[in-house]
Unconditional design. Structure first.
Length: 222
């Protein structure tokens, strides 16, 4: 129990420091409504957000509703999103997802994670992002950055995103889940990168126990 309490206190301190660094954290994906963010998040798989934003700038003007994506010729939609990579699989996911939206939810993004994860191409990461970002329903968004930082900061020893999510949830108040996720993502992009992290200038250095840091940067055990 003591270890759990200590981990919770450290998670709160991490959140406090990162909130100062990123006072209004949010997704880098551009969108105008929950449906657009759903599409953008599907496109963001194995693709940088900057590239997705370039694609959706035109895409969201051409396709205004789930019905527009359903009616679009497969090859045409594939070309429209080709530069995001895995465009054939993403086209299928988008069109199948839109069919579910129209047939079961009158074209509106549902408000529960349990419903969203039944959509083709939608996992807990996407569902939590859409719900937390656009509908104010908190969730831990576990992308590659959150997974890396959760392990480095000893918030979780798991590699499975769902298990990492489950480990982090009890460490913070529910209302902090979504902003904390964005804080970790932003910090993972700017400082705690996969390669050559900037440990020397990291605001979390003194409470980070990651074994990959240079030895002289580890906190003094005394």
């Amino acid at each position: 129990m003591k270890k759990q309490i200590e981990k919770r206190d450290r998670a709160m301190e991490i959140d406090r420091r990162l909130e100062k660094l990123f006072p209004e954290p949010k997704t880098a994906l551009h969108y105008g409504n929950p449906f657009e963010l759903l599409i953008a998040t599907i496109l963001s798989a194995q693709c940088r957000d900057e590239r997705v934003n370039q694609v959706t700038k035109k895409l969201f003007k051409k396709y205004l509703s789930p019905g527009d994506y359903i009616k679009a010729p497969q090859k045409e939609l594939e070309q429209d999103i080709r530069s995001t990579g895995f465009f054939r699989n993403k086209t299928k996911s988008i069109q199948d997802c839109c069919k579910v939206l129209v047939e079961k939810f009158q074209g509106r993004v549902p408000r529960t994670l349990e419903q969203l994860v039944t959509f083709p191409g939608v996992g807990r990461k996407t569902a939590n992002l859409v719900l937390g970002e656009t509908l104010g329903i908190p969730g831990i968004v576990v992308d590659t950055h959150v997974r890396r930082l959760a392990q480095r900061l000893d918030l979780s020893t798991q590699k499975n995103p769902d298990k990492i999510e489950a480990d982090i949830m009890p460490l913070l108040p529910k209302e902090r889940w979504t902003p904390f996720s964005h804080e970790l993502i932003l910090h993972g992009r700017s400082a705690c990168t996969a390669k050559n992290p900037d440990c020397a200038h990291c605001v979390l250095n003194d409470i980070c126990t990651w074994s990959g840091k240079p030895a002289y940067m580890h906190p003094d055990p005394s």
